[in-house]
Design a protein around this ligand. Structure first.
Ligand code: AMP
Ligand code: MG
Length: 506
């Protein structure tokens, strides 16, 4: 753990104002030694660009604060009373290589709030200035990546995928150096916690097993309280995290999402999607789709995500071995190995059920796996737009093959599949219009299309104009119902747009 010579401050000296947020900071209270108390930079002119009032209300935050006050809070320059801002320490495997010392290098956990409904959430700031974990970085974030994370989190939430959510985006008033000067910004995001696989790795790599146990006990209490009293609590904990991740990644696959940086420091214990960097939604169906400019070998390609999920969970398992059976390492390894084998079947089950629903199946029967793969083969061969295809299937069930025909180059391959699919649907004996309606409830029409995201972010960064961004946000947060006159938000980019790449480290 690095020293915190410059700005470490005792908790009680942190600037406080009124008491507008219902804080209860269990991480700060119970996990001393797992963080450094810290403060954000004092930005001279923070400005609230976008604020998620609906989420703020759900969290029980006071809604009658001045805009300037909210801007100062969410920039990290001022703290609401009861906050206990801190930088969390963690390690992580990044693209396969282990970094023993990462941590919040440009982020702060402001504190945890307990909502009126009794749920606990972290409020976390990203881009709030350097910390002892900055490793030479500037501790800042540019407006574009902040808005991308805002949009992606809210879009994924609207699609029903567990995720961090976006509470606010603030510009800091300063310009920061990236490929060129860009407006600096801070994202305030919300998660059920920021415990990562990498948090466990940090202490395990140092052989600090008491701390690993303390962390595991805390994580169990916070996310899997039913397991706390079991004799095999740590093994059950591994199984529970594994199951949530298996289901989460299946969910990503179902909406065509590519995370892009599935490093172990970007994998949560809660099972929420976290750290939207070089991520994107796939347009043309292709298992090899990669969006990150530095992912040369396709480690985190669309189709490789389940494999990498399991790889990451194996790293978590390694940190838990001494807890699973302190006296018999071989036995602990065998038990953990069995749990990790379940990841494959859990994921397969979630994948099949979800993909089955996308093509209107109310349950999974023998042969459905092959039926789904047959469709994906046909889609891959013609590079069919992933999102449009499932909506076009519902249109087909309503009697119009036009939109589907337009997506496929090879009609005979499509027709082979359609015959097979229709035979399968007849087994369910439900009216086709009902099936179509159900499909439209889970297959989105509006996703964050890469070309629209890029255009909206560029306009925001270049002209400080968030009009396009806000319009896109309103579309992707209501993804299932067609809106008149919004055709431009439906399909992929025209071919001349070229391949899409997003960049890390922003
Ligand atoms: P990420 O790739 O965003 O998941 O970040 C990996 C690690 O790098 C984390 O520990 C971050 O806090 C740190 N990091 C990323 N960008 C910066 C930055 N601009 N300044 C300081 N630390 C950073
Ligand atoms: Mg990260």
């Amino acid at each position: 753990m690095p020293e915190s010579p410059r700005k470490a401050v005792p908790m009680d000296s942190i600037t406080t104002t009124s008491e507008p947020f219902p804080f209860d900071n269990s991480y700060a209270r119970e996990l001393e030694g797992f963080y450094v108390p810290w403060q954000g930079e004092e930005f001279v002119h923070p400005q609230l660009e976008i604020f998620n009032e609906e989420l703020a209300a759900m969290l029980g935050l006071s809604l009658d604060l001045e805009k300037d006050q909210l801007a100062a809070f969410f920039a990290g320059s001022d703290m609401p009373k009861g906050a206990a801002p801190l930088a969390q320490v963690y390690a992580g495997h990044q693209f396969g290589g282990f970094s023993p010392q990462l941590g919040d290098g440009r982020a702060l956990l402001m504190g945890e709030v307990v909502t009126p409904a009794g749920k606990r959430f972290d409020i976390h700031l990203k881009g709030s200035g350097p910390t002892p974990f900055s490793r030479g970085g500037d501790g800042k974030a540019a407006l574009g990546p902040v808005l991308r994370e805002y949009l992606m989190g809210e879009a994924m939430h609207a699609l029903g995928v567990p995720t961090t959510r976006a509470l606010a985006a603030v510009t800091t008033g300063e310009r920061i150096m990236r490929t060129r000067l860009k407006p600096g910004a801070v994202l305030a995001r919300v998660a059920s916690s920021h415990l990562r696989v990498g948090t466990f790795q940090f202490f395990a790599a140092r052989g600090e097993w008491d701390k690993v146990r303390q962390l595991a006990d805390y994580a169990i209490e916070r996310h899997y309280p039913d397991l706390a009293k079991r004799d095999d609590a740590y093994l059950a904990f591994l199984a529970a995290v594994s199951k949530r991740q298996a289901e989460l990644i299946a969910h990503w696959m179902q909406v065509g999402f590519v995370h892009g940086v599935m490093n172990t420091d970007n994998m949560t214990i809660s099972g929420e999607t976290i750290d939207y960097g070089p991520c994107a939604f796939m347009d043309a169906f292709d298992l090899n789709t990669v969006f990150s400019s530095i992912d040369h070998h396709g480690r985190y390609a669309y189709g490789n995500q389940p494999v990498m999920g399991r790889w990451n969970l194996t790293r978590l398992a390694e940190t838990l071995i001494p807890l699973i059976d302190p006296d018999n390492e071989t036995e602990a390894i065998n038990q953990a190995t069995d749990v990790l084998a379940d990841f494959v079947s859990d994921h397969k089950q979630a994948w099949l059920t979800g993909m089955g629903q996308k093509i209107g199946l109310s349950g999974i029967a023998q042969g459905d796996d092959a039926l789904i793969k047959h469709l994906f083969d046909a889609m891959a061969a013609d590079r069919v737009d992933f999102t449009s295809c499932f909506r076009a299937l519902a249109v087909f069930l309503r009697g119009d093959q036009g939109p589907l025909t337009a997506l496929f180059a090879d009609q005979s391959r499509l027709n082979d599949w359609l015959e097979r699919w229709q035979r399968r649907l007849e087994e369910d004996a439900r009216p086709k219009v009902d099936i179509a309606m159900e499909m439209d409830r889970i297959n989105p029409l509006y996703i964050p299309r890469n070309h629209l995201v890029e255009a909206a972010l560029e306009r925001a960064e270049e002209e400080m104009d968030l009009t396009d961004f806000k319009r896109l946000l309103s579309m992707v947060t209501n993804p299932f119902n067609r809106q008149a006159g919004k055709e431009a938000f439906e399909g992929p980019a025209p071919a001349e747009f070229g391949p899409h790449i997003t960049y890390c480290g922003t």
